[in-house]
Design a binder for this molecule. Structure first.
Ligand code: MSP
Length: 655
């Protein structure tokens, strides 16, 4: 049996999972599900990276042990993957004894091979990236590539003779174009290695949270030696030879672009030194931004993975993440785009097709599948050919790692079925009392939906279940690709009313945004003076209350205390500041406020201020604003904010 081994990076346990972690794992899960359906013996591994300085420091700052921190956060990843219905085969933790034994053996082999020597390291280190940087890679105390703070390190260290491996590595990249993907990443790696490889420090003596260096336990191994080895531990290296022979080398190490060098340079060099085979492919995906902004600690705008799983149906989230961005490219998480795709592609296309066809089956053929019909009608033949083509194209796209095209193809198949129903008009055949043609047509539509259900499983697992359940295709073998051949739906199969597949989101937000767009300063500036004035008058005319209001009117306005987490200018809009505020919710909100003439961004950070928290979201300068600050005009033309002392908890209601 063919095997397929896919891995995700193992995730650091210094914090809670965010969209980046969810993304890599969802992509890997889609591949794993796909190859399982295709009949492969799949091994899908994910897990947590628990040693190293970064984790030790994070634990110290919380006053707990690194082990406790690892237990707490590793459990969060497990919980998230359960929530996301990730079907991994193994969740590995680097603190497992079995893993420590494998790492020790790898390093023992490197030593035996003459690739390890003792010397002194003097250079830059970023604990946040767990990476060494040379002088040229550092600027103003930070690593240029990641922006992380670096510190100067000088200590005794074991070195790995990475320099010895430049030639074999270059040969690997050049002889096997699949080795590192996408191509642009492979070229990047080639250029890096051709630039010369320096030996790599692989041990430290100034902290203790890690696996000891064999024969010299005052050194702990560099966390990347430990972490990368997870991939062979999971495959059974040195412990289960049969299993190891089955799964290693790994088919895809799926990673983010920031950890390419570790996977495409260090890891294969370690393997070669230990006398082991290199992986078949390292595939680097891009990074997600949040509504156009790079996610960062300083902006405090990481999209929390649990909040995402809470907010969206699993299939909608998967579909959006897999469809929106070609694997390998950077992406922008934009809620409006997600809503558009949900409403237009999932609900209107797939949802509508399944719903209308099964309703007709209920009304016209008493919920029983008609007999398979290999008719000679051109429209039928075309549909049957299109089914075979969809199956083949999806397979091609998945093997080229182009999941976005695979999904596009799935959608095209659904569109083809909708068009078929639209053109054959079964409702007219029913009226015309033409049962023969009606049965043929409904068979084609239902059989097409069965194929759609099987093809959707890797990408939209819940939708696939609902579709196949509705068609009574419940046996496991009915869900494999071996069941894709046309004609699988048996005569008399009971059909059930399907569950609602997708609910449309209201697009209110989009409408608000369009209204708001006209008040954007940029738009106003572009208008002639007259229009500008008119607009200004309009804007300043705040409706005066006509009399006392009821208390219930007042309570409609949700006033809350917000803590300002970060503030920055909005390029091109001199009056605006973009703030990230904590309202006591899981995720911070973005607020765009016209207060740039009154405050410098840095004055605002840390202030507790009054906000209207339930105002409809609006877009200012293309940035969605999710709350409004309360401010009073001062006589000098500036504004003053309504402030609270910092011991008032963010989110507290103001009454
Ligand atoms: N522990 C290391 C990996 C060791 S693998 C032997 C690590 N962990 S991590 O938790 O920091 O990151 C895990 C993955 O998340 C990386 O692949 C990284 O690229 C990815 N992402 C982090 N931020 C991301 C986005 N904003 N968008 C997409 N993926 C991102 O690195």
């Amino acid at each position: 049996m063919n095997t397929f081994y896919i891995s995700t990076p193992i995730y650091y346990v210094n914090g809670a999972p965010h969209i980046g972690h969810a993304y890599t794992t969802i992509v890997a899960d889609a591949f794993a599900r796909y190859y399982r359906q295709a009949g492969y013996d799949v091994f899908f591994q994910t897990g947590t990276d628990e040693h190293g300085l970064k984790i030790q420091r994070a634990a110290e700052s919380l006053g707990i042990s690194p082990r406790e921190l690892a237990d707490i956060n590793s459990a969060k990843f497990l919980e998230l993957f359960k929530k996301l219905d990730i079907r991994y085969d193994r969740f590995i933790r680097t603190t497992e004894e079995a893993h420590k034994a494998v790492v020790t053996e790898v390093v023992r082999r490197m030593i035996e091979h003459g690739d390890v020597y003792l010397a002194k390291y003097a250079g830059w280190y970023s604990a946040s990236d767990e990476a060494y940087y040379d002088e040229l890679e550092v600027e103003n105390g930070r690593a240029k590539a990641s922006g992380s703070v670096v510190e100067w390190v000088e200590e005794e260290s074991y070195f790995f003779r990475l320099s010895r491996y430049a030639e074999p590595l270059l040969r690997w990249y050049k002889e096997d174009p699949q080795s590192v993907q996408p191509d642009a990443r492979r070229n990047e790696v080639i250029a890096f290695v051709e630039g010369g490889l320096k030996d790599l420090s692989i041990s430290r003596t100034t902290f203790s949270w890690g696996i000891p260096m064999p024969q010299d336990p005052k050194h702990v191994l560099y966390v990347w030696v430990d972490a990368l080895t997870n991939y062979i531990t999971g495959a059974g290296a040195f412990q289960d030879e049969e299993r190891y022979a089955r799964y290693w080398p790994c088919d895809i190490h799926l990673i983010g672009k920031d950890i390419l060098r570790f996977h495409a340079v260090y890891w294969p060099a370690f393997l070669l030194s230990a006398g082991l085979t290199v992986p078949k492919q390292v595939f680097a995906h891009g990074w997600w931004m949040n509504e156009g902004y790079k996610m960062s600690k300083s902006l405090n705008n990481f999209i929390d993975a649990f909040a995402l799983a809470e907010e969206y149906e699993l299939d909608v989230l998967r579909y959006y993440l897999l469809r929106e961005v070609p694997l390998g490219n950077d992406g922008n998480f934009a809620r409006e785009r997600l809503i558009e795709r949900n409403n237009g592609e999932l609900a209107d296309n797939i949802g509508n097709l399944v719903n209308r066809t099964l309703r007709m089956a209920q009304g016209y053929i008493q919920n029983q599948a008609p007999a398979p019909a290999e008719t000679n009608e051109e429209i039928d033949r075309n549909l049957r050919n299109a089914a075979a083509e969809a199956v083949q194209k999806i397979d091609e796209f998945v093997s080229k790692r182009q999941l976005h095209f695979a999904l596009e193809q799935l959608l095209s198949w659904s569109s083809a079925l909708n068009l078929y129903v639209h053109t054959t008009e079964p409702w007219k055949l029913q009226k015309a009392e033409d049962p023969t043609r009606l049965h043929q047509v409904l068979y084609h539509a239902l059989e097409g939906i069965r194929i759609l259900g099987i093809l959707a499983a890797a990408f939209l697992p819940n939708t696939s279940d609902k579709i196949l359940d509705a068609l009574s295709q419940t046996a496991p073998e009915q869900r494999l690709f071996s069941a894709l051949a046309w004609g699988g739906l048996q005569e008399g199969t009971p059909l059930n009313k399907p569950e609602i597949l997708f609910t449309k989101f209201e697009t209110k937000m989009t409408q608000d945004n369009t209204n708001q767009a006209t008040t954007e300063p940029k738009a106003a500036e572009a208008k002639p003076a007259e229009a500008k004035k008119e607009k200004k008058d309009k804007k300043e005319k705040v409706e005066e209350p006509t009399g006392p209001i009821d208390f219930s009117d007042f309570t409609k306005v949700e006033l809350r205390v917000a803590k300002i987490l970060s503030a920055e200018r909005v390029e091109g809009a001199e009056k605006l500041l973009k703030l990230s505020v904590d309202l006591g919710e899981e995720l911070p909100r973005t607020v765009v406020a016209g207060i740039a003439k009154s405050f410098a961004p840095e004055e605002l950070v840390g202030l507790h201020v009054a906000t209207v928290a339930n105002l409809k979201p609006a877009k200012l300068f293309g940035i969605p604003s999710q709350a409004m600050l309360l401010a009073a005009d001062r006589p000098d033309g500036k504004v003053e904010l309504t402030r609270y002392s910092t011991d008032i908890t963010p989110g507290t209601r103001i009454r």
